[in-house]
Design a protein around this ligand. Structure first.
Ligand code: PGA
Length: 224
């Protein structure tokens, strides 16, 4: 019987995910654990650089990240969009504006993620591309802390739209040119690594579950 086969899947699943995925992956683990009660899970949440370090030390079975490592030979599959949006407090004067020039962001106090963050790198790349220098008022190593700092009026920032889930009534997404920055989440593992049955089961589950939820489809030939 199918149920018996599922019961036979036992062992450990070690996952490491970037900070933005913590708003999503734990919820999906609930149904997975019900389906496969014999699987024990450990979940590490860290920034992009932390994921790269864990991967080079081969600490986990599977990794979820937004930027596939360039200098490592990996297998990867995109499974969901992870757009970055400009966030301001709901009473900010730019909230009502449409098509705001990206240069306008230079006039606003800006809250930036820490070095090593993939979010920070994407944001910095876009600003560099358009010659925008923002005034960084505050550097914070946490999406949650940044959301509270924005709501508290300390400045604006750019974060993954996923950080707004389930809701953030005190924040607004600004309509700035060249935003959202389009990115995806990828599930990644080193090419030389033989996936355990448990890890393969999780990978297939994740892809299927997301497909059912979102009708997501993406071109998997590009790394970004
Ligand atoms: P970060 O990762 O925590 O390194 O910013 C999030 C992302 O790259 O989407």
């Amino acid at each position: 019987k199918v149920a018996d086969l599922k019961g036979l899947k036992q062992g450990q699943l070690r996952l490491a995910v970037i900070t933005t995925a913590k708003y999503f992956i734990p919820r999906l683990l609930g149904p997975f654990c019900q389906l496969y009660p014999g699987i024990d899970i450990s979940l590490q949440v860290t920034n992009h650089e932390g994921i790269l370090e864990r991967m080079s030390s081969n600490l986990d079975d599977l990794y979820i990240m937004s930027q596939v490592p360039e200098h490592m030979d990996v297998n990867f599959q995109a499974f969901l969009e992870n757009p970055l949006v400009v966030l301001a407090p709901i009473n900010h004067r730019l909230v009502k504006e449409k098509n705001i020039p990206i240069q306008s962001l230079a006039d606003e106090p800006f809250i930036m993620r820490e070095p090593g963050s993939g979010t920070r790198r994407s944001v910095q790349n876009l600003f560099d591309e358009h010659g925008v220098t923002v005034k960084v008022r505050l550097e914070l190593g946490s999406n949650e802390a940044i959301k509270h700092a924005i709501a508290g009026g300390l400045g604006i920032s750019v974060l993954s739209r996923h950080t707004l889930l389930p809701e953030a009534a005190d924040l607004a997404i600004l309509d700035v040119q060249h935003f959202p920055i389009k990115r995806n989440w990828y599930i990644v593992y080193p090419s030389g690594k033989q996936l355990s049955i448990v890890a393969r089961t999780y990978l297939d589950y994740l892809i299927e579950a997301v497909k059912k939820m979102t009708n997501y489809s993406v071109d998997n030939t590009e790394k970004n």
